[in-house]
Design a protein around this ligand. Structure first.
Ligand code: HEC
Length: 124
């Protein structure tokens, strides 16, 4: 094998393995799974579960597509916890099933929300 071909092969192999790692990281990011929390907290578990709702219910967007319902700050989330609308919406038992236009949240995430509420919905 002449030296030029060897050099091309080495560069090609290095490039392929390099790209392989890059794309694997991008295709399979290590996602945080709120379902595996044993202690359910507002700051991590609840906030992560409500992440897909932020498209409509964030502080900045709530008046437009979220009909004034905000699900970002603890005090705002507590409004829909206290009046029962949060669990009614995610369980699809109330007039307005959420997420609007999307599939139901995974059962384990709904159970984690309920667990947090049963613990007295602490601001932890
Ligand atoms: C595409 C926008 C959109 C998304 C995403 C969305 N909502 Fe809503 N949400 C709305 C709108 C609009 C309303 C007002 C009622 C209606 O028109 O359906 C609403 C109302 C609500 C209400 C009040 C219901 C009531 O009975 O008054 C709650 C609670 C709520 N959403 C929770 C959530 C939760 C939790 C998620 C995520 C799992 C979510 N929403 C995702 C748009 C959205």
């Amino acid at each position: 094998m002449n030296r030029t071909i060897k050099a091309i092969l080495i560069v090609a192999i290095a490039t392929i393995t390099g790209c392989y790692y890059d794309s694997e990281e991008r295709l399979y990011p290590v996602l945080y799974n709120p379902c595996s929390d044993t202690t359910v907290t507002f700051s991590k578990t609840v906030t992560t579960i409500l992440q897909p709702c932020q498209g409509c219910h964030s502080n900045s967007n709530a008046s437009n597509s979220g009909a004034g319902v905000k699900l970002q700050d603890y005090s705002d989330v507590m409004i829909v916890v206290s009046n029962g609308k949060l669990m009614g919406s995610v369980n699809h038992t109330s007039t307005y099933p959420m997420p609007k236009g999307g599939g139901k949240l995974p059962d384990c995430e709904i159970a984690q929300l309920q667990k947090w509420i049963d613990a007295g919905s602490p601001n932890n």
